[in-house]
Design a protein around this ligand. Structure first.
Ligand code: NDP
Length: 246
């Protein structure tokens, strides 16, 4: 498929899991793809090799999403290397766990920086370069809308911030024909949340379909939003969770 031919995408946190699946899917659909990572240079390069095997240009950029300047630099490096940016996917994430009496101020600041501030500054930097038809997608979480167990208030707060951000930015960029959307994964089989992990059976039990999702399930919805089929969807969210929030 080549519906993204001529487009350039940047996926944050693309070295593994959901981000890697998104990067490979966008390349399969014809885009050149840059991806950031925090520490896994070898794995990021492996994803780049997969992108190149699909016949597209790929680029791995070390950029800690907790560092706003590094996030902006990653956007600028993408434009410098590939000449443009059409698609930004704010995916990089962590999973802080702890009840309110356990979480430190440092964890609060780092989580908000990675999940909320990085999405803001990356979008701000990318929007400067985007033409009509540009696309911004952030990866939220079902926990932004429903929290069925304790220990995730910080995570839920940081992901809920993306709901307001997405709606507001859709209004800011609508007149330039740039869409802004959110994809909320439910339990998805990655290193962050393995389908054979200690909480997995409980999480599976919350779903209507009785199963975890795969990273490719999230990538498919992102691909729809950034492709021609997504042209009239903005300020919106798609929940890909096997029905856990139903
Ligand atoms: P993984 O832990 O499997 O992968 C995380 C990715 O983000 C890696 O590429 C990692 O890079 C990168 N990353 C982590 N911290 C930073 C940072 N500070 N700066 C830059 N990159 C960073 O997670 P998932 O693939 O499962 O999660 C992807 C997104 O989906 C996250 O936003 C997560 O919150 C969200 N999500 C996941 C769910 C799930 O069940 N898996 C459910 C709901 C939402 P490196 O390899 O270098 O460490």
């Amino acid at each position: 498929m080549s519906e993204l031919a001529g487009k350039v995408a940047l996926v944050t946190g693309g070295s593994r899991g959901i981000g890697a699946a998104i990067a490979k899917k966008l390349a399969a659909n014809g885009a050149d793809v840059a991806l950031t990572y925090a520490s896994a240079a070898d794995r990021a390069q492996g994803v780049v090799e997969d992108i190149k095997a699909a016949g597209r240009r790929g680029l791995a950029i070390a950029a800690d999403s907790a560092d706003a300047a590094a996030v902006v630099a990653a956007v600028e490096q993408t434009v410098a290397e590939f000449g443009r940016i059409d698609i930004l996917v704010n995916n990089a994430g962590i999973f802080p766990y702890g009840t309110i009496d356990e979480v430190t101020l440092e964890e609060v600041d780092r989580t908000l920086a990675i999940h909320a501030r990085a999405a803001y500054v990356a979008s701000q930097a990318a929007a400067k370069h985007m033409e009509a038809g540009g696309r911004i997608v952030s990866i939220g979480s079902t926990l932004a809308e429903r929290v069925p167990y304790p220990g995730v208030a910080l995570y839920a707060m940081s992901k809920a911030a993306l709901i307001g951000f997405t709606k507001g930015l859709a209004r800011d960029l609508g007149e330039r024909d740039i869409t802004v959307n959110l994809v909320h994964p439910g339990s998805t089989d990655t290193e962050m949340n393995p389908a054979d992990g200690p909480q997995a059976d409980d999480e599976r039990g919350l779903t209507a379909l009785g199963r975890y999702g795969q990273p490719e399930d999230i990538a498919a919805s992102v691909a729809h939003l950034v492709g021609p089929g997504g042209r009239n969807i903005t300020g919106s969210a798609i929940v890909v969770d096997a029905g856990s929030n139903a």
